[in-house]
Ligand binder design. Sequence first.
Ligand SMILES: *Cc1c(COP(=O)(O)O)cnc(C)c1O
Length: 239
Amino acid sequence: MTDRKTELAANLAKVEERITAACAAAGRERESVTLIVVTKTYPASDVRILSELGVRHVAENRDQDAAPKAAACADLPLKWHFVGQLQTNKVRSVVGYADVVQSIDRSRLVSALSKEAVRAGREVGCLIQVALDAGESARGERGGVAPGGIEELADLVAAAPALRLDGLMTVAPLAGEYAGRERAAFERLMDLSTDLRRAHPAATMVSAGMSADLEQAVAAGATHVRVGTAVLGVRPRLG
Ligand SMILES: *Cc1c(COP(=O)(O)O)cnc(C)c1O
């Protein structure tokens, strides 16, 4: 193995151990949690190695970086998740490779995604990004809609051609009542997911937890964790 492959294999094994331990502690099956590796700022060659090591889900947050990377890795059996704030002028490009967009936070994005997904002949999975630090109807600092805005967006996605409502996503807030209380934030997201599933029973995905707080997310009931740094290393720049 190359040095990089050895390094990534070791990091993946550690993350796998953490997820397994967190599942055991929560009385959950390991299979109930899916690892998504966040490959932002890292090259396509790393994505290829991860695929060889058995990773099946990767995530990116900037279309400019993600589009060429996804094209370079089009031969790999990967699902691509888009997790960044998404401008409508990037939607056509993102629909070209993304299987799931986790950052749905406004109605204009839903209509733009639907239009482009229809045009591309693809179905795109959608998660509503919830901002637990936003006022009741506002949007969060790092994207996301306040809990009060979930229902309207979910109904829009569910009714939109070529879109599939898969569930909810959040990032643990740095400010507001949930700052430093990741477990409470993720439990709140689970409650919101329970509410959502009353009207949309198939929207079962709950995407929460990153390198620093994946245990809290698994304890709360997350179905998907998004891990970057713990697998790939500390990013050279903010991303
Ligand atoms: C970067 C990023 C992650 C991964 O964060 P790490 O701390 O590197 O594990 C997860 N989710 C989103 C939305 C991100 O932008």
